[in-house]
Write a protein that binds this ligand. Structure first.
Ligand SMILES: Cc1cc2nc3c(=O)[nH]c(=O)nc-3n(C[C@H](O)[C@H](O)[C@H](O)COP(=O)(O)OP(=O)(O)OC[C@H]3O[C@@H](n4cnc5c(N)ncnc54)[C@H](O)[C@@H]3O)c2cc1C
Length: 460
């Protein structure tokens, strides 16, 4: 290719990037190149869809492997439930006094703590309550540092964008991407679906599991302005007023999920249950947000009626109501609750996961700790939709039964899956094979090289 031709191609590529709103570190090496025959098509190796707990880690990992990577995120920032949902306490990286999940997610958590001037708790002691080993991070800072890491890794970031159609090609996918004022095509070899709901898997007609009875979501909100002393002095009366408000419909079941009227006064941001929460489409997310916001208004109106609550107002509130459970894929392997609680080391395990069985329902939640010493694993097969080629998932939509999912869905586990799926997808893209064909020892070696902890006792 002569210099004039090269410059013409770069200019065409830059124009498409500008039109698509893709943000990237401007270097020739990182620039997704337009297809020679059809300059309106961008060519990349790996497309990550969804930049939440799993997706931003996946994109950073793919970028760090030198894989041409685009990350589509329908919202305005990275982190998903960790940041936009306000669940800024990722867990659990440690089990039984030892670290089991490390890598990019942990690196970002550690960096956030450092920049924020915070210190970690002591992880060597096994806590009485599992939340003691979650790490409370500054969500705003986390989103900034995740974005910085993405750009440094050469990932092309596309906010407010999502796939509209996907067609199979001989060696991957042709994806039409849309966003406000934006429409373009991407050709990629591998997709990592990190949408939380396996939306891409659904678009491809691959099997997903859905339960009509699902865990409720939560609208993260912190109230302020009440007179704490007066509120505490009137606890019994306030509980009575709360129960009356539930009975006459001014408040609803789930407005505090333990039925404890004091919960919203504790400064804790997640004391409510939003039943039917579902983030899987724009329409259901709209309904979920409406339900979450109605809850906040109901609660605020109630607070203003109680002793000490006259000046109550909202301190902070997330602009999206978070969902705990939507679609899960039916994968090559399904993790059962028995696999999870027995700490099964799958032959094709890629990462660890650790959390109590934590199924929220209309009565609240009673976390069931794992038997002593058990640390479950995430197999590659649970990240590969059954019968598929060239697509993986990472995050809470992994193939698992509902009870196993109630634990495996947590953020440290999602981050570990994101990194593992990205290594697998990148190696598959480079050697022109499908994710299940990548030799496990190669995946494990790359994961270790990039700071991840690989389960011991696996086939490789
Ligand atoms: C209220 C609540 C409390 C929780 N408590 C804890 C806890 O204490 N500790 C813990 O570790 N975990 C907790 N969890 C679980 C954990 O936060 C989630 O399961 C996890 O963050 C899910 O990560 P994910 O990457 O799968 O999905 P998400 O983080 O939800 O990310 C999905 C991303 O994909 C984007 N997206 C969706 N569809 C598209 C599309 N079509 N195109 C482009 N982008 C798309 C979304 O905008 C989002 O950014 C809690 C969850 C909830 C809801």
């Amino acid at each position: 290719m002569n210099r004039r031709h090269f410059i013409k191609r770069r200019v065409a590529g830059t124009a498409i990037l500008a039109a698509s709103g893709l943000v990237h570190k401007a270097s020739a090496q990182n620039l997704p190149s337009p297809d020679r025959q059809n300059p309106d098509i961008l060519d990349v190796d790996v497309l990550v869809v969804g930049g939440g707990s799993a997706g931003h880690v996946a994109a950073i990992q793919a970028g760090r492997l030198g894989t041409k990577t685009v990350l589509l995120e329908r919202n305005s920032q990275l982190g998903g439930t960790t940041t936009t949902g306000g669940v800024n306490f990722p867990g659990l990286f440690h089990a039984w006094g030892k670290q089991y999940i490390s890598g990019i997610g942990w690196e970002l958590v550690a960096k956030t703590m450092k920049v924020d001037g915070k210190e970690f708790q002591d992880f060597t002691k096994v806590p009485n309550r599992h939340p003691d080993h979650q790490v409370r991070v500054n969500a705003h800072l986390y989103a900034l540092l995740a974005e910085e890491a993405c750009l440094e890794a050469g990932v092309s970031l596309a906010y407010y964008q999502f796939p509209q159609t996907i067609e199979k090609t001989s060696d991957g996918w042709l994806v039409t991407v849309v966003g406000q004022g934006v429409q373009y095509q991407l050709r990629c070899r591998q997709i990592v679906d990190c949408t939380g709901s396996a939306s891409v898997v659904g678009m491809l007609g691959l099997e997903r599991m859905w339960s009509d009875v699902r865990q409720p979501g939560t609208q993260m909100v912190v109230f302020k302005g009440f007179d704490e002393k007066v509120v505490q002095e009137n606890k019994v009366l306030i509980q009575k007023m709360y129960d009356e408000a539930i009975a006459d419909g001014r408040l609803q079941k789930g407005d505090t999920w333990r039925g404890d009227a004091m919960a919203p006064f504790s400064g804790s941001s997640g004391s409510n249950h939003i039943f039917g929460a579902n983030s899987s489409t724009a329409a259901t997310q709209t309904q979920t947000n409406l339900a979450g916001r109605k809850h906040v208004l109901r609660m605020l109106k109630f607070m203003k009626t109680i002793p000490g609550g006259e000046n109550a107002t909202i301190d902070r509130m997330m602009n999206e109501t978070a969902s705990r459970e939507t679609y899960r894929i039916k994968g090559e392997t399904m993790i059962t609750v028995r696999d999870y609680t027995s700490g099964r080391i799958f032959d094709d395990a890629l990462s660890y996961s650790f959390y109590p069985i934590d199924l929220h329902d209309e009565h609240g939640v009673k976390p069931k700790p794992l038997p002593h010493g058990k640390v479950p694993t995430i197999p590659r097969g649970a990240l590969i939709p059954k019968g598929s080629k060239n697509i993986m998932v990472a995050g809470r939509c992994l193939s698992s039964d509902r009870l196993a999912n109630s634990a495996a869905r947590v953020q440290a586990s999602c981050m570990g899956m994101g990194q593992a799926a990205a290594v697998t997808a990148s190696l598959a893209a480079k050697s022109g094979v499908t994710p299940s064909e990548v030799p496990l020892d190669q995946i494990h070696a790359k994961l270790k090289e990039h700071g991840a902890i690989v389960p011991k006792g696996t086939r490789a």
